[in-house]
Design a protein around this ligand. Structure first.
Ligand code: G6P
Length: 470
């Protein structure tokens, strides 16, 4: 463990799940999720430190090295998990930044705790960063960290990247602590977003809600007299996946065999539709089920010839909106299966589970059509993983226009999940697409994903950060 690191990542979560066995011995396992997949390879190459929460309440763990990464755990109490993580991060910011699909809740107690926990993260980063180090802060849970860090350590170069959308100023303005959040972010030298819309929304909020000067994608902060002026850059940095390793894994004989086995277990359907998401209301899982249910009802597709696998991995299970969503999804799946199943053959195979990456790759390869129907999504890495797994070029990607991925993957069948009739037509177009057309589209998609792996994303961000920090 280096005493001081030249490169520090600060994220809500550490890239590992830590457990203690009965004897109290520490054990860890690489955790799943887009952020982790995105940054782990970069961390391993860069020999940096990663500051993050270990995922459990009241667990105090000393810094340690895992998977070639130096990890600095931040402990959160039961109350902090409830108020900072489940409350302000996922009950206030998450819905506010995702088009208020469910109403955000504003509680002063949650905000106070968010502020306190952001200080804890900033202090931990300040303690581990070497003089003049580069610190890369991640995501909406840590929006106050850049300014706090700059206060504690003015020598650092600080970047912040938003993995989720940034809302229009009209929605962001609902936030009672909006100026504090903007000022927190403006502590960074470079602020990165997934799409140009997000950057535009942010710049408009800065213009409308602070006194800072905005010119193009540069914000000038500080008064000049008492505080020196400083420039903050805003950039667009669409995130991606570890394409080389995902493509290699998906092309393996084991994954190919498992993909064949999956189709066999399903009784060799003509068409296998697939949905893969965290069980989150932003993902449009109910819309997707409605689309499939109506196609069955209208007789446009028949079970068991056409069937669907929906993987919905458990997420934020103590947050009320997530509990409600689970109930709604499960009732809908039950209803569709009740109406259209035969003995031993269901149209929807619903899996409320988390699977290893190899199994996910096999599912992607087994599927004919991937359905990504998010109502709002910063990027959606599942879409990119599906493309990377299409070794045989025979899968079709149906992709919501409300994902960041829609900008990067224009050869997908891009659709509006709110337009149920239009979406049904798009799914039918995917099912009926000729082999030549499928291959043409998939070849172009694969080129894009191959040419833009997450390593390039990180390199570009860090390059721009260095330039911004000078
Ligand atoms: C999104 C967020 C990440 C978050 C992940 C899983 O991708 O951008 O910051 O880690 O969801 O959510 P969780 O609440 O389990 O960390």
């Amino acid at each position: 463990m280096p005493a001081m690191a030249d490169f520090v990542v600060v994220a809500n979560r550490l890239p590992v799940d830590i457990r203690r066995d009965e004897k109290g011995t520490l054990d860890w396992e690489r955790s799943p999720g887009g952020l982790v997949t995105a940054l782990a390879p970069v961390m391993q190459q860069e020999e940096g430190a990663w500051v993050g929460w270990n995922g459990a309440a009241d667990m105090h763990v000393d810094p340690f090295t895992a998977d070639g990464m130096h990890l600095v755990p931040v402990a959160l109490s039961e109350t902090e998990v409830a108020d900072y993580y489940e409350g302000f991060s996922n009950g206030t910011l998450w819905p506010l930044y995702h088009d208020v699909i469910v109403p955000p809740e504003f509680h002063r107690q949650w905000w106070n705790c968010y502020d306190r926990v952001n200080r804890t993260f900033a202090k931990a980063a300040a303690d581990v960063a070497a003089k003049g180090a580069t610190v890369w802060v991640q995501d909406y849970q840590l929006q106050l960290v850049p300014a706090l860090l700059r206060k504690y350590r003015p020598d650092l170069t600080i970047g912040w990247f938003n993995h989720i959308p940034f809302p229009p100023v009209e929605i962001f303005s609902q936030m009672p602590w909006r100026e504090y959040i903007l000022e927190g972010l403006l502590g960074a030298d470079l602020i990165g977003f997934q799409r140009s819309w997000d950057a535009e929304n942010f710049l408009r909020s800065v213009k409308r809600l602070t006194g800072h000067k905005v010119r193009g994608r540069t914000i000038t902060v500080g008064t000049g007299a008492k505080y020196p002026t400083r420039k903050v850059k805003v950039g667009i940095h669409p995130i991606s996946i570890d394409t080389p390793s995902f493509m290699k894994m998906a092309a393996s004989d084991d994954v190919a065999a498992r993909a064949r086995e999956i189709r066999e277990e399903l009784g060799h359907p003509d068409v296998l539709l697939l949905g893969v998401d965290r069980l989150d209301y932003t993902k449009g899982i109910r819309h997707r089920l409605k689309i499939f249910g109506e196609l069955l009802r209208d007789g446009l597709v028949k079970s068991p010839e056409v069937c669907m696998i929906q993987v919905a991995s458990p997420s934020r299970e103590r947050v009320q909106q997530y509990k409600d969503l689970r109930d709604e999804v499960e009732v809908t799946v039950g209803r569709i299966n009740g109406d259209y199943a035969d003995l031993g053959r269901s149209p929807v195979h619903y899996l409320h589970q988390t699977f290893p990456q190899e199994e996910m790759a096999a599912l992607y390869r087994a599927a004919d059509v991937m359905l990504v129907t998010s109502l709002r999504d910063g990027m959606n890495l599942v879409a990119k993983e599906f493309v990377a797994a299409q070794v045989d070029l025979d899968g079709v990607l149906v992709l919501s226009e409300f994902t960041g991925a829609a900008d990067d993957l224009p050869q997908a069948l891009v659709m509006n999940p709110h337009d149920i009739e239009g979406a049904k037509r798009t799914v039918m177009q995917a099912i009926e697409m000729s082999t030549t057309e499928k291959r043409r589209r998939m070849r172009a998609l694969r080129r894009r994903v191959k040419d833009n792996p997450v390593q390039k994303w990180a390199e570009k961000f860090l390059h721009d950060l260095k330039a911004a920090g000078q």
